[in-house]
Structures are given as C-alpha cells and as structure tokens.
Design a protein around this ligand. Structure first.
Ligand code: ZN
Ligand code: ZN
Length: 138
C-alpha cells in the first residue's frame, strides 16, 4: 500500500472552517461539536450548530482534523497534527491521555494493490477506571 499522509498540505478551506480549526488549535483539549458551538457563541464568529457539524465533517475529510467516537455517542475533534490517544472508562466516560503513539512505528504492508490516501488514525483503549471497577466489584 502506498500511503501519502502529506498529500493535502494546503487544502482550500472557507472562513468558517478556518474559524473552527483556529478554535480547535487554541484549545489544549479535544472539543465536541456542541462545545465548539458554545465557544464560538461567546465571540464574533458565532454560527449555527448544523453549520458547525457540517464544516467539521468537511475538515475531517480534508485531513485537517481528526474525530473520535466515545461510547456515549459523543464525537470529539482535534487538529490532525495532535497525535494523542486515550484510555476511556466505558462506565463514566473518564478519559486519560496517553503519552506517545504506538501506531507511528507500525508496519503498514507496502503491496496491497490500491493507493490509500491516509488522513489520520484513531486508537482507543476502553475499560473501567478505578472508581468504577471498585463500585462494580464491591
Ligand atoms: Zn469510570
Ligand atoms: Zn497515534
């Protein structure tokens, strides 16, 4: 497989997409569509919730942001350059950031036929946090 992670260096994005991207880059943490919507409401760049979600989807497709889905159904977004993974408790949703990325050193087979334009990866670890596992087994 041929992988071209840098093939979209300068995608053309609209003003609104740029505002969303800026907001995500400013924030040290991941944001959901709702949170982004609320943050933009505070400033001059307010836009409707549907517009927020539609533009986030476009940014994901352009390889500028990554999305990850929580067991709660919530989707969180981060700039694609932020390669961070998490441990997530399936009971309370508590999330712990992990250091480093094991995927970077993974071997991707070179000959699988078709070209694949890699945008981002996700890697999730699910389990029970200490509080929840103590509650469950007491
Ligand atoms: Zn928990
Ligand atoms: Zn990674």
């Amino acid at each position: 497989m041929q992988i071209f992670p840098m093939s979209r260096i300068n995608p053309v994005i609209t003003k609104r997409q740029e505002q969303l991207l800026d907001e995500l880059r400013k924030c040290a943490d991941e944001l959901s569509g709702q949170e982004l919507y609320r943050q933009l409401q505070k400033g001059d760049n307010a836009m409707g919730l549907t517009t927020v979600y539609r533009n986030l989807q476009i940014l994901v497709k352009q390889g500028l942001i990554r999305s990850r889905h929580l067991p709660t159904g919530e989707v969180l977004y981060t700039p694609v350059e932020r390669d961070v993974h998490h441990l997530t408790c399936v009971n309370c949703g508590e999330t712990t950031r992990l250091e480093g990325c094991p995927v970077k050193t993974m071997n991707i087979p070179k000959k699988t036929g078709k070209k694949f334009d890699l945008l981002f990866h996700t890697l999730e670890f699910f389990g029970l946090c200490q509080d929840c596992s103590e509650k469950n087994y007491d």
